[in-house]
Ligand binder design. Sequence first.
Ligand code: GGG
Length: 354
Amino acid sequence: MKTFTIAVIAGDGVGTEVIPQSKRVLERIGKKHDVNFAFQDFEWGAEHYFRWGRMMPAGAIDLLQSCDAILLGAVGHPEIPDHTTLNGLLLPIRRAFDHYANVRPAYLYPGVQSPLAKARGGDIDFVVVRENTEGEYAQVGGFVYHLQPDEVAIQTSVFTRRGIERIVRFAFELALKRNKRKRVASITKSNAQGFSMVLWDRVFQEVAAQFPDVSTESLLVDAAAMNFIRRPESFDVVVGSNLFADILSDISAIIIGSMGLAASANLDPLRRFPSMFEPVHGSAPDIAGKGIVNPLATILSAGMMLDHLKMADAAGEVEAAVAAVLAEGKVRTPDLAGKSSTEEVTSAVLEKLA
Ligand code: GGG
């Protein structure tokens, strides 16, 4: 029997509630497909920070390195500044393993109500591809006269030709693989940011020329935000910088009905390192501990992990089970106007898998 070693970082808040649910699903699908998932749990995050002054230990990356994939819940705690939690765990893992492609599908499942009045199931079906290792999240900068009345903060974005080229190429290849509208939208703000985003536009045009079967559009980020609401059905693959695609993928998450349905993959497409799979949502302290968080974003993220591990059939079964539960509309957490618990939703998915 094949065994995959999965590093599991449940993290904080609702992360500790959704991760056990995705494990239940993986165990069930593993049995069906004669695959064993050996979970290695790492108790990193806010509690680790309170005890040791850091979100994960110094040797964390080495510990993760030998795993086949990483499953992450959420990071963030109301008593720790967000820049400490994010820069202490999630962002260093993405950089260490060169997870340059952050893939965030946006699909409106039949039976789910979008806040957009006209959208029906299946109408929204696109993927946001986020550059995930550089750009605005490169953490280059510093303070001058720190904490003094005249303090200065400098935060520099880093855009490299190599970094842009590889993420744009990934987006075009994905458009071909999806084989749907075969359309890539590139998002910048090159009217205002005359260096980094101009380089992005130029590289985008160069890569686009190598994909004559894929149509393109270039949008300023403000127009893209508007068009995600106005004409979401027109998008197929959307590629943008670390910050822009992070923000846009919150819009895409909410127009498909709930942040609790938004899955994501942090991929090293070259497969040198373990890739990481996580729901787009954070630790949600307002609902943590109540047993009502929607587990489906994490379950769908685990499905993306199966696909990455070359278990495409199993991935398809997980997605179909989630789709069936959503289409029935009987078992739902409160974010989807239901009354069911996190565990009940997972049990409904498991029933469909059976
Ligand atoms: N699911 C992991 C998590 O907690 N995400 C929340 C977050 O702040 N993410 C920032 C990012 O994706 O860069």
